[in-house]
Design a protein around this ligand. Sequence first.
Ligand code: C2E
Ligand code: MG
Ligand code: MG
Ligand code: MG
Length: 281
Amino acid sequence: VRAKSASNYIAAYQEGDDRSQHRQLTIVSCFPKALEQNELYLVFQPKYNLASGDCTHAEALIRWDSSVLGSISPGEFIPLLECAGMISLLSQWVIDQVLLQQVRWQESDIRLQLAINLAIDDLSEKQLSERIITRLKRHGLGAQVLSIEITESQLMTDMVRTVAVLNRLKRAGVKVAIDDFGTGHSSLAYLKHLPVDEVKIDRAFLTGVESDPRAQHIVRSAVDLAKGLDFSVTVEGVEQMSVFKLLQEMGVDKIQGDIYAKPMRAPELEMHWRKLNQPLG
Ligand code: C2E
Ligand code: MG
Ligand code: MG
Ligand code: MG
């Protein structure tokens, strides 16, 4: 644990009350063993291509069923691992799992690009990008099997270093997405310089979008801005058919949300993909 991360963690730790502090400490201290003992696993949420109706991409999302605390949501434990300087331990595991999954799918001709979520700490050092590139080669996998997502707010915290690492990944052929777009604080002027292929508009923007013209205007503007910069546009968290249709009409490329598919285990995703890709006749 580096000094900066440790002091971040202590600061975060001092904020909560005793019970939540105890819970946070338990989560962080249980994590390494939990990872070893297979308490963590990945689920995959497919993305839907609005123009073609195809499913070519999915996102890997972590789950933890703890023997000590029961099921813990990533929204709770990811920020704690980040503060404790332990997020790269998780990220390395996720990369390895996703690549192993892709090796199996290559053998059975399943073609789905899997996105993984990375944190700023993963990208501020060169090791992780080199690890991704080395592992792809070792498994004989093309770079198109993998893409990475980094949240807008994290991307903005150390842009110079992050952009260098993202460029390295992009040169190797790995696609990059800005996650939770619109909730960070990117200066619009910087957007055109970011080595990014896709923006994922946060589901917070969907609140009231069917009925409130101003909410709708904001989504439409974000979509137009991203498309104008040649980014592929995904909208997250779509739950209603009316919203689905509205986004289709706006020219959004992909949606991801419960209306199409919830996150699922690999065998289920495999069945989902096969159903959509059955040979005719
Ligand atoms: P994210 O990357 O923005 O992922 C989207 C989140 O929205 C997921 O929550 C997903 O289950 C949820 N979602 C998708 N469609 C819908 C919908 O229609 N309605 C609602 N209500 N929710 C929907 P999840 O899996 O709980 O993950 C939360 C966050 O935790 C993720 O946000 C991501 O930032 C982080 N995370 C998840 N897995 C990993 C991981 O392996 N590594 C890292 N560093 N972060 C991860
Ligand atoms: Mg994501
Ligand atoms: Mg998101
Ligand atoms: Mg999120």
